[in-house]
Design a binder for this molecule. Structure first.
Ligand SMILES: [Zn+2]
Length: 298
């Protein structure tokens, strides 16, 4: 199984609560632990403007590329604007397209980046500029590689951008399991929203996720699943209020892959959020997801 990664995924955020250095640290950990070798990593091409325009408004792309976002638009992103940020977003969107292609070939594919589920067609918010995996779904649909896709969003925050993008589209099923009492407000409805109360831990979370996946996969058969594997349901996360353990998060990963694998559905992973007090916990959670993904690859 290949891992999609670029050194230029780093969002150039400096000392920000979003540790965008994590992408490089996840790669280094996977190499250091002997789980993957350097040849397992593939560098993505950036997505084209035409691909991104399958989801996002051209005017928004122009403002991003020319540095013309308004003060309020940058404020809403909650990350500092820079040309490096824009370049990283185009690149990791290309990475999510590639991860989808690799998943269709190998059963599983991992983008060591992406998962920017708060990005809407006409604006970004909550650290998310482009909704990379939604662009990937539209791209793969357009070329006829897939017809139907599902997003399984396990980031602690609801996937509002994704829900807005695919609302009313019967070719894409959106599942989001998240802390109800947390950003974003409002939460546009996903196909299935699993709203967790504050402080929910491993057992309740995994039971609800298992039931939700069974329900979603009984109602809808996708050609491909994008798994948004946020690390922030972790109990020591600074921006999350759920109480999953490291072991619980690994069981979560395995549950998503098992349910998909049992139905022969390929899974492409994107990383999404992760704000653990100890950065190495966030890195470990993401690295574990990559390890679990490979167990289910052909
Ligand atoms: Zn999050």
């Amino acid at each position: 199984m290949k891992l999609v990664y670029s050194d230029r995924y780093d969002l150039n955020l400096g000392n920000h609560v979003f540790p965008s250095i994590k992408y490089r640290l996840v790669k280094e950990k996977l190499l250091h632990d002997g789980l993957f070798s350097a040849e397992d990593f593939v560098e993505p091409p950036p997505a084209s403007d035409d691909d991104i325009a399958l989801v996002h408004h051209r005017e928004y792309l122009r403002k991003l590329q020319t540095g013309k976002l308004s003060y309020l638009e940058v404020l809403r992103l909650e990350v500092p604007y820079s040309p490096e940020l824009v370049r990283a977003m185009w690149l990791c969107t290309g990475g999510s397209i590639l991860a989808g292609r690799l998943a269709l070939k190998d059963g599983a594919g991992v983008n060591v980046g992406g998962g920017f589920h708060h990005a809407f067609p006409d604006h970004g918010e909550g650290f998310c500029v482009l909704n990379d995996f939604s662009v990937a779904i539209r791209r793969l649909q357009k070329e006829g590689t897939i017809e139907r896709a599902m997003t399984v969003d396990c980031d602690v925050h609801q996937g509002n951008g994704t829900a807005a993008i695919f609302g009313g589209d019967h070719t894409v099923y959106t599942l989001s399991i998240h802390q109800e009492n947390n950003y974003p407000y409002p939460k546009p409805p996903s196909s299935l929203d699993l709203n967790m109360a504050d402080g929910v831990g491993d057992e309740e979370y995994l039971e609800e996720l298992a039931k939700g996946l069974d329900k979603a996969l009984a109602e809808f058969t996708p050609d491909l699943i994008y798994y948004i594997a946020g690390a922030d349901p972790y109990r020591d996360d600074q921006l999350g209020g759920l109480k999953l353990s490291l072991e619980g998060l690994e069981r979560r990963d395995r549950l998503v892959f098992e349910k998909a694998h049992a139905r022969n559905i390929p899974v492409a992973v994107t990383l999404a959020g992760g704000y653990a007090r100890q950065l190495e916990d966030t890195v470990q959670i993401h690295a574990t997801t990559a390890r679990v993904a490979r167990e289910f690859a052909k």
